[in-house]
Design a protein around this ligand. Structure first.
Ligand code: ATP
Length: 299
């Protein structure tokens, strides 16, 4: 059940929103889609779902095009949230579940399970408009997964949620993945992608500027972060050969260095100067990589 995008391009008039994008998303995989505003994430999702025709290129899932007869296998949480405000949660989800070909009893059982899990069983008979925005989002998430899709597309699933709800949703997404669903999600928050995804793509102006396995991407980035906590002045390291950037923090400093070897020189240079509490060579964060690759274009 691999999702395959091959040279996919979407033009709106003269504007190219997605430019020759090729991706492979294997089964049971969580794939992260990053990119600044207007990078082309939502447009890509709409093309995958068949809501928008690509200008050129192919999108297949398990070797076949995605069309209407696969809608019971696909779940989608759109970026523009929208439920029927006057309907009760129960009515709303039954309606959407029926559209996916489910039986009413099965829908209710599944819904009860989800509301229980999200610790809001009392929402069953509340009108959607009575719920806060974040809680409406949980309901909309349930509507996207009620039919246990095999492919789940989530556009900014964590935006607007408090930390407790973010955690709850993350766990839910991980469980769905463990049951064999492929999940593609977009986010502006790098830490979510870093935590959840094996593979990712960073889009800029419709083109992938970074694509691959998270670990590989980090290794190939080369540069490292060096965290030093010490009771001695560290400011002199700003001019140390191989140090690209120094950020002061309360307990010491965080450096970006050219490569691992630089850290050993710094380690030697600090000897005998005073007490060192922490000396930690770390992989670059996805945030570092994003900023370097996409730069000021990211808001
Ligand atoms: P965001 O993070 O802000 O949601 P995004 O990565 O999802 O951004 P898209 O919504 O895919 O970006 O938009 C990509 C580009 O395509 C933008 O420049 C946008 O203005 C343009 N675009 C999207 N939909 C249309 C449309 N229906 N007609 C014309 N231009 C469009």
């Amino acid at each position: 059940m691999t999702l395959l995008l091959k040279d996919v391009t979407k033009r709106f008039g003269k504007h190219t929103a997605v430019d020759q994008l090729s991706l492979e998303i294997p089964e049971s995989e969580m794939f992260g889609f990053l990119g600044g505003n207007g990078a082309g994430k939502t447009t890509t999702f709409r093309m995958i779902l068949g809501l928008l025709d690509s200008t050129s290129g192919d999108i297949t899932w398990n070797g076949e095009p995605i069309n209407y007869d696969k809608s019971h296998l696909i779940g989608y949480l759109p970026e523009e949230r929208g439920l029927y405000p006057k309907l009760k949660v129960r009515e709303q989800i039954i309606y959407l579940g029926r559209l996916r070909g489910m039986k009413k009893n099965d829908i209710v059982t599944e819904l009860e399970g989800w509301l229980e899990r999200f610790k809001v069983p009392e929402y069953m008979d509340k009108k959607v408009e009575e719920l806060s925005k974040g809680n409406q989002q949980k309901i909309q998430f349930i509507s996207a997964v009620i039919h246990r899709p095999k492919l789940l597309i989530l556009d900014e699933p964590f935006s607007g949620l408090d930390p407790i709800n973010v955690e709850m949703l993350k766990q839910a997404v991980l469980d769905i993945k463990a049951q064999g669903t492929s999940i593609v999600f977009s986010s502006h928050q790098m830490e979510h992608v870093e935590e959840l995804c094996e593979h990712l793509c960073i889009l800029q102006k419709g083109k992938p500027v970074v694509y691959g396995a998270l670990g590989e991407i980090k290794r190939s980035f080369g540069k490292k972060n060096l965290i030093i906590h010490a009771d001695i002045p560290l400011e002199f390291l700003r001019d140390y050969p191989g140090v690209l950037h120094l950020k002061k923090v309360t307990a010491g400093c965080e450096l970006q260095i050219e490569n691992e070897a630089v850290s050993q020189g710094i380690f030697a240079a600090l000897q005998g100067k005073g007490f060192i509490r922490k000396f930690d060579l770390a992989e670059p964060s996805l945030n570092d990589i994003f900023i370097e690759k996409v730069g000021a274009a990211y808001e």
